[in-house]
Design a protein around this ligand. Structure first.
Ligand code: PMV
Length: 323
């Protein structure tokens, strides 16, 4: 049968997703808004093969367990009305030890490659809904540039859509605080935050409003508001996590050090805003003109541990035996 290779880029949420209303379908409590990045992506090749007796999965050439991807491939098989198992080979193009290996690019690439290899031609919304079933943040990695994930209230209404790019040269710096594996998965910690953090309901109300404010700020090319909302959404997510039982934070002293540099840059008139995800690394949203000054400010503490990137493209098919 046909082998298809798809590429999807990772994304960083400016307005965060944190918490599932429906863990089975991965329906989030709030909308989220993200920027797809140019330099970090996953290439995945899928081939369904009637001769196989089980799915196979390799990542960067090493065999992996299939317990997460088989249920995902089952969704594709059901929809395409096929029964064959598949070979899945993924390569993560994330700079070595960047600590950015993301389920977002992984499931977006898998959704596109698997659906095409199974003979389906899904539109972007259908692909976004499919990617969502693998990992929440993957819902947004179908699109290039900016996208918004509408939380929706069922499988059909929870999907991402592209947002117009503002007339701004957005850039993002990634400060590699720690490249090690996460101490706790976002999946488990999200569930515990929803269940135990007394601040969670307040976060939902506030973050939902922030998503709408972000859409307005983007269409107004208002970078000060875009940056402010970005930093606020992340800080409020981490505050809500910290208030969980047991208390927890992904941050390390180096996370705070990087954030302090960002605040100092802002005090000096440089538009730089920090955002952190399910790990200690700090991403800095800025405008490309300011990248050299920000790199200079980070140099003493983080030297060669900073990567600079720009908005990236949508998920796409990049090869196949019968594309
Ligand atoms: O897609 P998941 O389940 O890995 O969740 C990711 C959650 C954050 O990255 C912290 C925020 C987001 O919106 O991407």
């Amino acid at each position: 049968m046909t082998a298809i290779t798809a590429r999807a880029h990772t994304n960083i949420a400016l307005i965060k997703y944190w918490g599932k209303k429906d863990p089975q379908l991965i329906l989030p409590y709030t909308d989220s808004v993200s920027l797809t990045l140019n330099d970090f992506y996953t290439d995945t090749t899928v081939e369904f093969d009637d001769a196989l007796t089980a799915d196979t999965f390799s990542l960067d050439g090493a065999a992996q367990p299939t317990k997460k991807i088989t249920p995902f491939l089952d969704l594709v098989r059901q929809r395409a009305e096929i029964t064959a198992f598949a070979h899945v080979d993924s390569v993560n193009h994330v700079p070595t030890a960047a600590g950015l290996a993301s389920s977002a690019s992984a499931y977006a690439a898998l959704a596109l490659a698997a659906s095409r290899a199974a003979g389906l031609q899904l539109n972007e919304i259908a692909l976004s809904r499919l990617a969502r079933r693998g990992s929440g943040s993957a819902t947004r990695s179908i699109y290039g540039g900016l996208s918004i994930w509408h939380r929706g209230d069922d499988d059909a209404t929870s999907f991402a859509e592209s947002l117009p790019m503002p007339d701004l040269d957005l850039a993002m710096l990634v400060v590699l605080v720690d490249a090690g594996p996460k101490p706790i998965s976002s999946r488990n910690l999200m569930a515990n935050t929803v269940a135990t953090s007394p601040y969670y309901p307040a976060w939902v109300t506030h973050n939902q409003k922030a998503a709408q404010q972000m859409v307005s700020a983007l269409s107004a090319n208002d970078f000060a508001t875009i940056g402010h909302l970005t930093e606020q959404s992340s800080m409020q997510m981490h505050a809500t996590i910290l208030a969980s039982d047991p208390a927890f934070t992904y941050w390390t002293p180096e996370t705070l050090k990087a954030w302090a540099i960002v605040k100092q840059l802002r005090a000096n008139g440089i538009p730089a805003y920090a955002t952190m995800d399910a790990g200690p690394n700090v991403k800095i949203l800025t405008l490309s003109d300011y990248v050299p000054q920000i790199l200079q400010a980070l140099q003493p503490d983080f030297a060669d541990r900073v990567l600079t990137t720009m908005p990236g493209p949508a998920a796409q098919v990049i090869g196949g035996t019968h594309v």
